[in-house]
Design a protein around this ligand. Structure first.
Ligand code: HRG
Ligand code: AKG
Ligand code: FE2
Length: 329
């Protein structure tokens, strides 16, 4: 559980980005400072902004622009890449098709997943087998998103090296069999304008995305400029806004990191309510463990939290499958 945080901290991770692969990083005071800030943010909120991340601002803007262009297309055009179970849950979902805790979400989206070859994970991977369904319009959509995914994967790996140090482990704790072949998810999302004007008391059918936790390790949220819609729940149950801050990503912890850290870090509940008079776009990148990773509390974390494992073993692919099976109408 998070604490009663009232705002979400901003961390300049540039020293970590520059030096996380340098063997002398643990003697570097700037890297250690970042590691300390990550530890505090992960314990207190499970959410933080990252700046100094090194991803070109032009690319961050372009992916939002191309997202807006896609959602502007007529519905029939978007349906050409319709998500379905046979397509491995990849593709376009209309407004209200995604469901959170039984309630339809007021968003439309394209879901993309790391591609896997048929049979790669046997029966475990069957549910997600398929190729991504990219729109043909705008024509550069795929190239741009693939470039973006590659930057996000690289950055997430660096953040996880910092988090590994923050947990008291070695920098490569989340590499190899754990997340050395990280499964990624990209959600290209659009939130229509809703009628309600009071975000605190929005009726159910005004919620862009209902309260949920993310599934994996860390998420990088690239949100629309000028619209405050993302809200994060603190320990007392207050919803704390995470307004867009130019040049930053909102970064948050997923369910698998909660298990690996034995609850030292938690996956914090969050939701989206777009009460602005403008259609809101968001591109969320999820960095997740290896698809077949067996996840259980790390010994170093168990020792730091009273010596008892708070969670049993989970398999990431099974966790994702259980979500996919209940996420759609
Ligand atoms: N891959 C992630 N995290 N997707 C976020 C979607 C959250 C909403 C989903 N219906 C749910 O209930 O989980
Ligand atoms: O739209 C946002 O700001 C966040 C979306 C989100 O939480 C998700 O897709 O998991
Ligand atoms: Fe989320």
């Amino acid at each position: 559980m998070a604490t009663d945080f009232k705002s979400i901290p901003i961390i300049d991770i540039s020293p970590l980005v520059a030096k996380c692969d340098d063997p002398k990083r643990v003697q570097d005071p700037d890297v250690l400072e970042v590691v300390g800030q990550l530890d505090q943010a992960c314990r207190e909120a499970g959410f933080f902004y990252v700046k100094g991340h090194g991803i070109p601002d032009s690319l961050i803007k372009d992916v939002k622009n191309v997202t807006r262009k896609f959602f502007d297309l007529p519905y029939e055009e978007k349906l050409k890449i319709k998500l379905s179970a046979v397509a491995g849950y990849r593709g376009y979902q209309r407004i209200g098709e995604n469901i959170t805790k039984g309630i339809p979400d007021m968003h439309e989206a394209i879901d993309c997943y790391r591609e896997i070859t048929p049979g790669m994970y046997g029966a475990l991977g069957k549910i997600i087998e398929g190729v991504n369904q990219w729109p043909h319009d705008p024509p550069y959509f795929r190239v741009l998103m693939e470039e973006y995914i590659s930057f996000c994967t690289d950055l997430s790996r660096k953040i996880m090296r910092g988090i590994a140090l923050a947990l008291g482990g070695s920098a490569d704790e989340f590499e190899g069999e754990r997340a050395g072949d990280a499964f990624w998810v990209l959600r290209v999302i659009g939130y229509p304008v809703v009628s309600n004007t009071n975000g605190q008391n929005a009726p159910e059918n005004d919620i862009g995305c209902g309260a949920h936790t993310d599934y994996g390790l860390v998420t990088l949220v690239n949100q629309d400029d000028g619209i405050t819609a993302l809200q994060v729940r603190n320990l007392s149950g207050e919803w704390i806004s995470a307004p867009p801050i130019p040049g930053t990503f909102v970064c948050n912890i997923g369910d698998m990191l909660k298990i690996w850290s034995n609850g030292m870090y938690d996956s914090t509940l969050h939701r989206v309510i777009n009460t602005s008079p403008k259609y809101r776009v968001c591109v969320a990148y999820f960095y997740e463990p290896n698809f077949d990773a067996a996840v259980e509390p790390l010994d170093i974390c168990k020792e730091k939290t009273g010596g008892i494992k708070k969670f049993g073993k989970a398999v990431y692919g099974e966790h994702l499958a259980s979500k996919l099976e209940t996420n759609f109408v």
